[in-house]
Design a protein around this ligand. Structure first.
Ligand SMILES: Nc1ncnc2c1ncn2[C@@H]1O[C@H](COP(=O)(O)OP(=O)(O)OP(=O)(O)O)[C@@H](O)[C@H]1O
Length: 343
């Protein structure tokens, strides 16, 4: 199999090695954004910042207001209130659309491409609109689309259209790219190819802001994660900050709450006797967690294992557990299905 050719994804002119230092303003700054549809406010005073050269992932349940927020930032929707600065420019200022067109790439949720022309022609056309575009043929090849270059957009599969929309968003070598659910509906191979491409763009200095429902996508790619619910930011940080450190989990299968509480108390006592009162012990569903303030080193693991043995629960199993972003997301946004916003 021929290795896909690799388009030069080196970043925008401002990020090239040897050029002037990156500007101090963030790639995107949103302050107090508000937007209503038919009297229902779906974005309610939202503020977020995306730093330059970083990948910022915006997460949230269906209807949380992610697309509305991103479309306001892209200039596709007019906010009711609030301020949006894109690459240091006030989005609402006269002439900002024209000034930002060359510097900002947009991949829409519903692909936003014309249906009749052939895939290759669409990308070549988009490339011609830019001063220093990527090579469209290499980009098609890189995204596994070379074989459908002569197929009309209408006849592409959903995943192929999705990848073509991504190619269209980046072909102009933008400084900032907005991607609304870039890997929705992609098969695992295509998703990995898209992730590789996004990593490479970021390494080349491009700023990326994406929405996603894939927690693994945010965990794999994002420098900064913003969680939105009910039209507001409810948490943000690096994936590691949001998930917290690793814990030692002592599992008790199908144990009643009283037994779990008893184990937690016995562990606290045993750890205190061993001089490890610094270790926090929490009862969780079907077990107990011990959360060290930092990494789990061998001494900590040994102290916990000894304490478990002393506590005398023969059915207990000990494992190191790392919380995922999905755990945090569900803790913050709940497990119930959503219909619209909670406004
Ligand atoms: N043009 C519109 N007219 C009326 N209501 C709208 C419009 N666009 C979005 N909404 C409503 O605004 C709310 C927020 O929608 P939005 O698409 O911004 O959410 P989202 O977080 O992107 O959701 P999803 O994850 O499902 O894509 C939803 O309740 C949606 O039904």
């Amino acid at each position: 199999m021929r290795a896909p050719s690799r388009p030069d994804l080196s970043g925008p002119p401002s990020a090239s090695p040897g050029s002037s230092p990156a500007p101090a303003t963030p790639a995107l700054a949103v302050r107090g954004l508000r937007k209503s549809y038919g009297g229902r406010e779906v974005v309610r005073g939202l503020s977020l910042t995306a730093e330059r050269g970083r990948l910022t992932a915006v997460l949230g349940p269906n209807g949380a207001g992610k697309t509305t927020t991103i479309e306001c930032c892209e200039g596709l929707r007019r906010p009711d209130a609030g301020a949006i600065e894109v690459l240091g420019r006030d989005r609402a200022a006269r002439g900002s659309d024209a000034a930002l067109r060359e510097r900002v790439g947009v991949m829409l949720q519903d692909c936003g491409l014309p249906m009749a022309p052939k895939a290759g022609a669409v990308l070549a056309h988009l490339a011609r609109l830019h001063a220093r575009p990527l090579d469209p043929a290499a980009l098609l090849e890189r995204l596994g689309l070379a074989e459908v270059a002569r197929t009309s957009v209408r006849r592409l599969s959903g995943g192929q259209r999705q990848r073509l929309a991504l190619a269209g968003a980046i072909v102009g070598r933008p400084e900032l790219v907005f991607l609304d659910e870039p890997s929705a509906g992609l098969d695992p191979q295509s998703r990995l190819a898209v992730w590789d491409l996004l990593r490479e763009l970021r390494a080349g200095g491009t700023s990326l802001v994406l929405t996603t429902h894939l927690m693994t996508e945010a965990e794999e790619l994002a420098d900064h994660v913003v969680i939105i619910d009910g039209g507001q930011v409810i948490a943000e940080g690096t994936p590691a900050q949001l998930t917290g450190g690793a814990r030692v989990r002592i599992g008790l299968d199908r144990a009643p709450a009283a037994e779990v509480a008893g184990l937690a108390a016995a562990l606290r006592a045993a750890l205190a006797r061993a001089g490890r009162a610094d270790l926090e012990v929490h009862a969780v569903a079907e077990g107990v967690e011990v959360a060290p303030d930092g990494q789990i080193d061998a001494g900590t693991l040994a102290a916990v294992s000894t304490a478990v043995a002393e506590a005398g629960h023969p059915g207990a199993h000990v494992a190191v557990h790392r919380r995922t972003l999905e755990d945090t997301f569900l803790d913050l946004t709940g497990r119930a299905l959503r219909e619209g916003t909670s406004a």
